[in-house]
Design a protein around this ligand. Structure first.
Ligand SMILES: *[C@@H]1O[C@H](CO)[C@@H](O)[C@H](O)[C@H]1NC(C)=O
Ligand SMILES: *[C@@H]1O[C@H](CO)[C@@H](O)[C@H](O)[C@H]1NC(C)=O
Ligand SMILES: *[C@@H]1O[C@H](CO)[C@@H](O)[C@H](O)[C@H]1NC(C)=O
Ligand SMILES: *[C@@H]1O[C@H](CO)[C@@H](O)[C@H](O)[C@H]1NC(C)=O
Ligand SMILES: CC(=O)N[C@H]1CO[C@H](CO)[C@@H](O)[C@@H]1O
Length: 501
């Protein structure tokens, strides 16, 4: 063969080697050191979010986690199991059922599915004189006699407190489950890579879950969740906890440390739980005190929201949706259908798509009475706009125009009326929506308590009948809400966003 003919295969081979080298080099970069995205964000929950990388297309993606190595546990209770679990089970693809665990407070079967009673091994000395367990005993009696266990939903919390106002006995019993649930998840499905814990009203996009888990290292101890610090629970409850309904994830390594290296944690903690508030906090406290493990934020992939309550904004617009919360069965169904419609797409389902699918067509031109678009909600802190109230020195950062030395135009006090609040929104160029409460409500930011609440995120919210204010000071006041949107502004903004496929 003439020498010149050898050249072509040589060039091809060299090209192939360079390509292979680049491929190998780029591959582990996001794989090795756990979160591909960012360093742990311990207080992200307080701020309500984090800076999501705006552009996903540049990074090579690690392969998704193997579903065989991912355990999903759903926590329920006997008073709600038959109402709430069936839709979850219907919408779970049969290929994932072998790694699905159901944890409850009564040993039962729903069709072919077994519900494990995770309270069954708690020592009698912690339950016999503990009125929190009255419901547990009653449930068993009802079950043995064939009575309607669902009726026990109305049994009130036997040890009520103003902070847990409105909760029932089933809620009070729930906190004893968490640590036992973790232990049993390992016992029934040991040595898997990932363990996800959710509630019955959590919707999980399986595809996005496996992709997201694939970006993290399961051989390191991880506790992922939506870090929450309930403002009503300050005294002594200092650890941010992963809100259970939003879903929290433990890596195989964290679970091994919990269940094997430090075996017996649930048994050692049982005596402490009566004095603690709720199970999600128990989990965070035990992981911290026993393993030195703190929560890492998985917001907004795990948001604790659903399409109508998601704070649509730049922070999450192009990011993937892994888990939603407070999702009613018919809403889960709509999500499931949507995921099937877009099944062929290469890119993961994003928040932007949820907006287009579920919100874009909503009629939000007119303000709504008895409606709370959640402008002031705790979960909206990051987007809650600090504004100047009348007769007040500016408290916080002011807009660029103001900083440039211009006098703010003389304005009404936004708290004066709904119309004044609407006007205040119009004057803040980032304001996407506003809500007005007829008595002041907290904003969880520097605004303190106001009637007008402005937000730079766009949320639909929901009907909200006037409700009685929960406060020690003035328990007789009723508060009503009215909300409005700047759909024009938001659509303009949305049209300018490019997420990249
Ligand atoms: C409960 O305790 C009994 C006796 O100690 C033990 O045999 C059993 O394995 C335990 N069950 C679970 C699920 O931990
Ligand atoms: C439960 O209370 C009864 C009556 O006060 C007492 O006799 C018994 O010792 C208590 N049991 C436990 C395990 O504390
Ligand atoms: C975990 O959080 C606590 C505060 O709650 C902090 O003191 C501690 O240093 C954190 N530990 C790690 C390993 O980040
Ligand atoms: C707010 O509106 C509700 C419902 O209309 C009413 O019952 C309540 O008295 C009002 N509260 C105040 C402080 O005006
Ligand atoms: C559907 C929904 O999320 N409704 C919420 C509206 O806001 C109030 C107070 O923030 C919540 O209690 C509701 O659950």
């Amino acid at each position: 063969m003439p020498r010149s003919l050898w050249l072509i295969p040589r060039i091809l081979l060299a090209g192939l080697m360079i390509y292979g080298f680049l491929w190998v080099r780029s591959f582990p970069r996001t794989w090795d050191d756990a979160p591909a995205k960012q360093a742990p964000k311990q207080d992200a929950g307080k701020k309500g979010g984090h800076n999501h990388p705006p552009d996903h297309k540049a990074k090579p993606k690690p392969p998704p986690a193997n579903p065989e190595k991912v355990v999903v546990s759903i926590k329920t209770g006997a008073t709600e199991a038959f109402d709430k679990l069936p839709s979850q089970l219907l919408l779970t693809d049969s290929k994932y059922l072998s790694n699905l665990l159901l944890f409850s407070d009564l040993e039962q079967d729903i069709g072919a599915f077994h519900l494990h009673d995770v309270l069954s091994n708690i020592s009698e000395k912690h339950t016999v004189n503990n009125t929190d367990f009255d419901l547990y005993r009653q449930q068993y009696e009802y079950w043995a006699l064939g009575l309607d266990i669902g009726a026990l939903k109305s049994v009130p919390d036997p040890n009520p407190d103003w902070r847990t106002k409105g909760h029932n006995a089933a809620w009070a019993l729930d906190k004893y489950k968490n640590l036992h649930m973790l232990q049993r998840a390992w016992q029934y499905r040991p040595s898997r890579h990932w363990y996800l814990f959710i509630d019955t009203d959590t919707y999980v996009s399986r595809r996005n879950l496996y992709e997201w888990l694939g970006q993290h290292d399961h051989t390191k101890p991880w506790y992922f969740g939506v870090p929450t610090q309930n403002p009503h629970f300050k005294d002594g409850d200092t650890y941010p906890f992963g809100h259970g309904g939003s879903g929290f994830v433990l890596s195989g390594e964290a679970m091994k440390r919990f269940a094997v290296d430090k075996a017996g944690i649930p048994q050692r903690w049982d005596k402490r739980i009566a004095k603690m508030w709720f199970g999600d906090y128990v989990t965070a406290a035990a992981l911290h005190e026993e393993l030195g493990l703190n929560i890492t934020s998985s917001f907004p992939e795990f948001s604790g929201m659903k399409p109508s309550t998601i704070p649509y904004s730049a922070e999450l617009w192009c990011g993937p949706v892994v888990a939603l919360h407070h999702v009613r069965p018919e809403e889960s169904c709509a999500m499931w259908q949507f995921e099937r419609e877009r099944e062929g797409k290469r890119a993961p389902m994003t928040f932007q798509e949820l907006w287009k699918k579920f919100i874009k067509t909503e009629e939000l031109g007119e303000p709504r009475e008895d409606w709370d678009n959640l402008s002031s909600d705790f979960s909206n802190v990051k987007w809650n706009i600090v504004f100047k109230k009348k007769d007040e020195k500016p408290k916080a950062k002011r807009s660029e125009a103001e900083e440039a030395g211009k006098e703010e135009p003389a304005s009404d006090d936004p708290d004066e009326s709904f119309e004044a609040c609407e006007k205040a929104c119009a004057m803040h160029e980032n304001c996407m929506q506003y809500s007005f409460s007829n008595s002041t409500a907290p904003n969880f930011n520097k605004n303190g308590e106001t009637k007008c609440h402005l937000s730079s995120s766009f949320r639909v919210g929901s009907m909200r009948e006037p409700d009685q204010i929960v406060s020690k000071k003035n328990p007789t006041i009723w508060r009503s809400w009215k909300s409005g949107w700047r759909r024009d502004r938001f659509e303009l903004w949305a049209a300018q966003q490019k997420c990249g496929e």
